[in-house]
Ligand binder design. Structure first.
Ligand code: FAD
Ligand code: NAI
Length: 497
């Protein structure tokens, strides 16, 4: 009995201790220590962007080594993997945004942030020109920021391949306002379709939801939209049930080309069961206000042009270069053959430059443009910059010691010599940093009906899996990543999926 009592007491004390520990963690998270002021005498490191690459760099960077300035038109980090779920309200957009100011206040030395777009990078002058493009502007809304070191992490913009009418009539899915626009449009189409005396053809058109691009963005959105219809819209407005229809249009012979063949088949089969129509080998050539024009190959192998009426059009055909990146590339002869972004070397230095690095979707390092790659590149650069600062500091100490040694009395010289030997050893260790190596943790995509597909690397090899268990894995993996990035912004855990 006494043993039981003691065990009970121990459990209580343990739980209280655990609670106190968690409480202290939350307290620390909310009240960070006083920050050191930025030191303009140190090298100025300018970071462009607040996406996966840049935020991952800022998370691990020892900011006390540099005078750090962050420039981005978006004053929050966005957890993109859960953005498709915001289009239908499954996830509230605020829960996948982390204010950059809140994140930066936890750094040891203060970091300056300017909400602005970099409009031009002048490589020769080491200058970034910036413009406040937000709604509220002060007397000064354009200026310049000099840099010693620059990290370009501006991501990419939506590819349209110059297809007429896309920008005017389609919705993209990259940022929070895009998801909000889509959500509003879905409901507007539904309400307009049920407007008094609407003709049957017009109802059909308004309730036809077309997604162009069968990559992961298009597939995940189509799945979320069909779920929204099955779980909510069908119950709220039963009269639309026979006409609500989702079509996914893809130019290539299959959707999700970067996934394994069995997962492509599984996705296509699941979409069939969900009644999402997949139109492969169909390339959109033109977009008007009410229909898209697409070229497809018929059964006899002949190319045909078809007009497909739509109510909502979501355009998800991948990435294109941002103008500021294109302009920088045009200033550097070594970039002349690069088409998809800033070509970087194995240390992520922009080829043809010495003091500019690039991470994420705007960099070309032979990896897919994913959050996973961008986050690992950002973390690598943080380690590199921390080591560069340490190297510089040790070299300064060595130079000073060497000076002292020449002036010191004979008996002190041996001691200085030994200190220098230790420092040289440390310097060699610090300088031993290998190049960037990407470690692929696998790919995950939600395909609707509470099913997901996953191409995961295990110790024993690759695992390609799909279904409801994979969905549980997908949901819990992303929610836990999102939760950890929000809950402890001073210890943001960024792991792409
Ligand atoms: P971004 O995260 O796009 O950040 C770019 C930053 O630069 C932004 O802050 C932007 O405001 C800023 N910026 C833009 N222009 C300028 C300028 N001129 N000057 C200064 N700043 C500028 N990847 C995965 O690995 N797993 C997933 O599940 C996944 N899901 C996704 C779902 C969706 C809907 C989308 C769109 C993408 C998804 N991705 C996923 C891809 C992933 O989001 C990108 O690869 C990743 O965001 C790239 O990171 P980045 O830092 O290069 O760019
Ligand atoms: P994507 O580049 O992966 O796919 C775009 C698709 O659009 C291609 O299959 C292409 O053939 C098709 N297409 C292009 N033009 C077309 C046209 N005119 N008509 C019809 N189809 C056309 O683009 P996506 O899905 O936006 O992804 C971008 C990046 O983000 C990728 O690297 C992807 O891996 C990553 N991502 C990853 C996710 C995940 O892992 N779950 C989710 C979303 C994005």
């Amino acid at each position: 009995w006494s043993l039981l009592k003691w065990t009970w007491r121990l459990i209580w004390v343990g739980s209280l201790g655990g609670l106190a520990y968690v409480g202290y963690g939350i307290y620390l998270g909310r009240t960070p220590a006083q920050q050191e002021d930025p030191d303009p005498k140190k090298k100025t490191l300018v970071v462009l962007g607040t996406g996966w690459g840049s935020v991952s760099l800022l998370k691990k960077l020892d900011t006390e080594n540099y005078n750090v300035i962050v420039i981005s038109p978006r004053n929050y980090f966005l957890f993109t993997p859960l953005l498709p779920s915001c289009t239908t309200g499954t996830i509230e957009h605020r829960s996948i945004m982390e204010p950059i100011r809140n994140f930066l206040r936890h750094k040891k030395a203060a970091v300056k942030y300017y909400e602005a777009e970099a409009t031009k990078i002048d490589y020769e002058k080491k200058m970034v020109y910036i413009k406040d493009e937000s709604e509220v502007k002060g007397n000064v809304s354009a200026t310049e920021v000099p840099f010693d070191m620059l990290v370009v992490g501006v991501g990419a913009e939506n590819a349209t391949f110059g297809i007429p009418g896309v920008r005017e009539n389609g919705c993209f899915l990259k940022e929070v306002p895009d998801a909000q626009k889509i959500r509003k449009r879905i409901m507007d189409c539904v309400e307009t379709a049920t407007f008094k005396d609407q003709s049957p053809e017009e109802i059909k058109r308004l309730l036809h939801m077309v997604v162009v691009g069968g990559g992961p963005t298009g597939v995940e959105f189509a799945g979320e939209l069909q779920d929204f219809f099955e779980h909510d819209l069908r119950k709220w407005i039963p009269e639309i049930a026979n006409n609500f229809h989702v079509t996914l249009v893809e130019a290539l012979p299959s959707v999700l080309p970067s996934f394994s063949k069995n997962l492509i088949d599984y996705t296509e089969q699941t979409f069939k069961e969900e009644t999402i129509e997949i139109r492969t080998k169909t390339m959109v050539k033109n977009v008007t206000e009410k229909y898209i024009e697409a070229e497809f190959t018929d059964a006899s192998g002949k190319k045909q042009l078809e007009q497909i009426p739509y109510g909502l059009l979501v355009w998800a055909t991948g990435n294109a270069l941002r103008p500021v990146v294109k302009d920088l590339m045009s200033q550097i002869p070594a970039q002349k053959d690069s088409r998809r972004g800033l070509a970087v070397n194995e240390y992520l230095v922009v080829k043809g430059t010495e003091n500019i690095w690039a991470v994420g979707d705007c960099a070309v390092a032979n990896y897919a443009p994913t959050a996973q790659v961008a986050a690992q590149e950002g973390a690598f650069l943080a380690r590199l910059f921390n080591q560069m600062a340490k190297t510089e500091q040790i070299e300064l100490e060595l130079a000073k010691l060497s000076d002292d040694q020449s002036k010191a009395p004979k008996e002190a010289r041996d001691q200085i010599f030994n200190t220098m030997k230790d420092l040289q050893k440390r310097l060699r260790r610090v300088k031993q940093m290998g190049p960037f190596e990407y470690s692929h943790q696998g790919s995950l995509a939600y395909i609707g009906s509470e099913k997901a597909v996953a191409d995961i690397s295990w110790l024993t090899g690759n695992l390609a899996t799909g279904g409801q268990l994979t969905y549980v894995f997908w949901r819990s993996a992303y929610l836990s990543m999102c939760f950890s990035s929000k809950c402890s912004s001073y210890e943001v855990k960024l792991v792409g999926g």
